[in-house]
Design a protein around this ligand. Structure first.
Ligand SMILES: [Zn+2]
Length: 271
């Protein structure tokens, strides 16, 4: 059972969701229809390749509370062609697209060769620069390389978020110094993740975004279940606890951070 909210005025934002994935095929419309009931003001729905980018865009065009990010995940760049980048740029111009992502480096699974991952990371940063939109960055076991690329190719013209941040404090500092945010999700609630909690304690709240990465990374106490945008409040509650601040106040700041980064207005509408 999901606990009742202590403060009914609380509203949340999930800055990283994958509702287009097959895990939501049975009840996608219901999950979205419940955003209002679940106090989800808006969700950023994130593509991982060209085909899913088309689908996230369609979802966002149909739903007021969904915005989209289009991009090719480092896992998938091995099948990418330069024509695909033209397609991506065209999709990126849509006004419901608030970011280019998720893009980045994954040297943990290495599903695409590292040199190709770096090449297409840079090329997609260039698209964001051209479109004047922020980036949503995926990094796993490649913080040195990712920070170097962001420093050389994004900073200071392109900002964004390193989603589901999993680096150390030194990486976190370097990232926020470039004006980037850290996306914090379910892992901050995991029993063995004191390292991430310590980083959240130390980094100013203005650099933090709330996210789920659903259907993955479900927060405690729902681990093992499919993740959903409504579980983002367990992340926000944990961040509030770590900061020693009221949940309502922290939720407001996290909302403001997302609105500012993605250029939305207070109602979750495009500015
Ligand atoms: Zn993701």
């Amino acid at each position: 059972m999901v606990r009742k909210l202590e403060n009914p005025k609380c509203e949340f934002v999930d800055t990283h969701a994958h509702l287009h994935m097959r895990q939501f095929d049975q009840d996608r419309e219901d999950v979205i229809a419940n955003f209002e009931r679940d106090h989800i003001r808006f969700v950023v729905e994130v593509g991982v390749d060209i085909e899913s980018s088309l689908r996230v865009l369609k979802l966002s065009e149909k739903n007021e509370r969904i915005f989209s990010a289009v991009g090719v995940h480092p896992h998938d760049v091995k099948i990418l062609k330069d024509e695909d980048l033209e397609k991506l740029e065209e999709l990126g111009r849509n006004e419901k697209v608030v970011a280019i992502g998720e893009i980045g480096l994954d040297f943990y699974r290495n599903l695409s060769p590292r040199d190709l991952q770096e090449e297409y990371f840079v090329k997609q940063i260039e698209i964001a620069k051209k479109l004047g939109k922020p980036i949503i960055v995926h990094v796993r076991d490649a913080y040195e390389e990712a920070v170097r690329i962001l420093r050389n190719h994004a900073h200071p013209n392109v900002i964004g978020v390193v989603h589901s941040f999993s680096g150390d404090y030194k990486d976190a500092k370097r990232i926020v110094e470039m004006g980037f945010k850290l996306g914090i999700g379910g892992p901050v609630t995991f029993k063995n993740n004191e390292k991430l909690r310590e980083i959240v304690r130390k980094i100013d709240l203005k650099y933090i975004l709330s996210e789920t990465d659903c259907p993955y990374l479900t927060p405690h106490p729902f681990r093992g279940k499919r993740n959903e945008p409504r579980f983002v409040r367990y992340v926000v509650e944990k961040i509030a606890l770590l900061k020693g601040k009221p949940v309502l106040k922290v939720a407001e700041i996290l909302m403001e951070n997302a609105i500012e980064l993605f250029g939305l207005d207070g109602a979750g509408m495009k500015r």
